[in-house]
Each structure stands twice: as C-alpha cells, then as structure tokens.
Design a protein around this ligand. Structure first.
Ligand code: ZN
Length: 243
C-alpha cells in the first residue's frame, strides 16, 4: 500500500506536478497543509489537491491566514504580501475547500497528522530534538506526521532512555518505522534544507515503511511567474537554493 505524504506546497504548481508524476499511482494522499502562500499559483495548487482521490487534508497557517482566521501581521512582510495578493485571486470554490479543512490534528490508523505539531497544530515548528521531545507527550499513536518546518527529517523516541534523536534518512531508501517517531516529508514548494528539489514521502502502513523522496522541477519557470506577478523577489531567489 502506498500513501503519498505531502506538505507546504505554497502555490508552487510546477513542484506539485513533478511530485505527483514522480510518486506515480498511490492509494491515498495525505496533505499536511499550506497549499497557499509564497508562490505564484494558489488556485491551481488548491484545485489539484482538491481533485486527488482518497485525500486527507489539513489546514496550514498560511491557509488559515487566507481565510482571515489569523492576522496577517503574524507573518513577515514578504509572506504577508503574497498572502494579500493571493487572497484577492483565490476563487470562491477554493476558499470553500480551505474552509472545510480541519485546523486540529487528525488520526489515521497508526498515525497522528498535524500541520505544525500535535501540541500546537497550526503554529509550532518541530525543528529540533527539544521541540520533538515535548511533542511526544501530545499524541498517543505510534507515529506522527508533521509539516510546517519545510525540513525532510524524522525524530525517534527511545522510550527507555527518554531520549529523542533527529535523523535525515537517505532519499529513496525506505526506512523501517519503529514506534514512536515523528516524520516530516519536507516541503513540496519551498524546501529549506539547502536541497531545492521538491520534497515528499511515501508511507506504507502495511510494511510500516517511510520513504523520503526528492524530485527536480522547473524552478526557472516558477521564478518567472513570481516576477511576472510582481511577487517578492525573495520568494523567487530562495526556491533555487532551498532556504
Ligand atoms: Zn509552510
């Protein structure tokens, strides 16, 4: 069984298309939120996700901001400018779809899903072993999948020693999943681990494996769209370098 796990698409349609093509046939898709923000194509991205069959999808902090559920002042200047532009172009159907998404955690079988973290689903970043350790107390399932940090990584809890380790498993090699652990598929549309390739993962709940994957996409085309729309240059620059 193959479940596609994606997060933080951030209106980068080229990256999303490359991920869907690279993933091939899947049984389900779990999207951990943030379809909008930063990039040039929020409508195409929301529509593409909406149309995926067997979809589980969460609301991210950028999605919540578009809905007016959190003040734009909570975002830095450039992120705010993109959200402001996107809130004016997003179609009513796409806004309705975002409005239908949960801003809480969800449980699917052995996995708790959160955009940011199980403790603070919309906002908290699980970036290091300290924030990961705190969050193991906020879910009961063997595994938790989070996005938001834009880093492809995993955190393993050693329950006997009460210690957490952070690992970046090699791309393309399925990891045998051992309870308990937190996994992040990385960001489709704006990776921040200095690898500009679109980031995602394939989860097999039967074999209990997690396979981190990366795929190249046409970054120059997305940069051209960002510039054409007069969106912040920073968002064009960073996708070429992965920061
Ligand atoms: Zn994000």
């Amino acid at each position: 069984m193959r479940i596609l796990v994606i997060s933080d698409i951030h209106a980068n349609y080229e990256a999303l298309e490359a991920v869907l093509a690279d993933a091939g046939a899947v049984d389900e898709t779990w999207c951990l939120g943030d379809m909008v923000g930063y990039g040039p194509d929020p409508n195409l991205c929301v529509e593409t996700v909406r149309d995926l069959s067997n979809l589980t999808c969460l609301l991210g902090n950028h999605d919540a901001a578009i809905l007016g559920r959190m003040p734009l002042a909570a975002f830095n200047g450039e992120a705010r400018r993109s959200l402001d532009l996107q809130s004016r172009v997003l179609t009513a159907d796409n806004v309705d779809f975002l409005r239908s998404l949960p801003d809480s955690t969800l449980t699917n079988g052995a996995v708790t899903l959160a955009h940011g973290s199980p403790r603070d689903p919309t906002w908290e970043y699980v970036l290091n072993t300290l924030s990961a350790r705190l969050n193991f107390d906020y879910f009961n399932t063997p595994f938790c999948f989070v996005g938001h940090a834009h880093l492809q990584c995993m955190f393993q809890l050693d329950e006997e020693r009460n210690r957490v380790s952070m690992e970046v498993p090699p791309v393309g090699e399925p990891v045998e999943m051992k309870p308990r652990a937190i996994f992040n598929p990385g960001s489709v549309g704006q990776p921040r681990d200095r690898d500009p390739r679109a980031s995602y993962a394939i989860y097999d709940p039967i074999a209990r494996t997690w396979e981190p994957r990366r795929v190249e996409y046409d970054i120059a085309a997305v940069q051209a769209r960002i510039r054409e729309l007069g969106m912040p240059e920073k968002h064009a620059a960073r996708i070429a370098e992965g920061w």
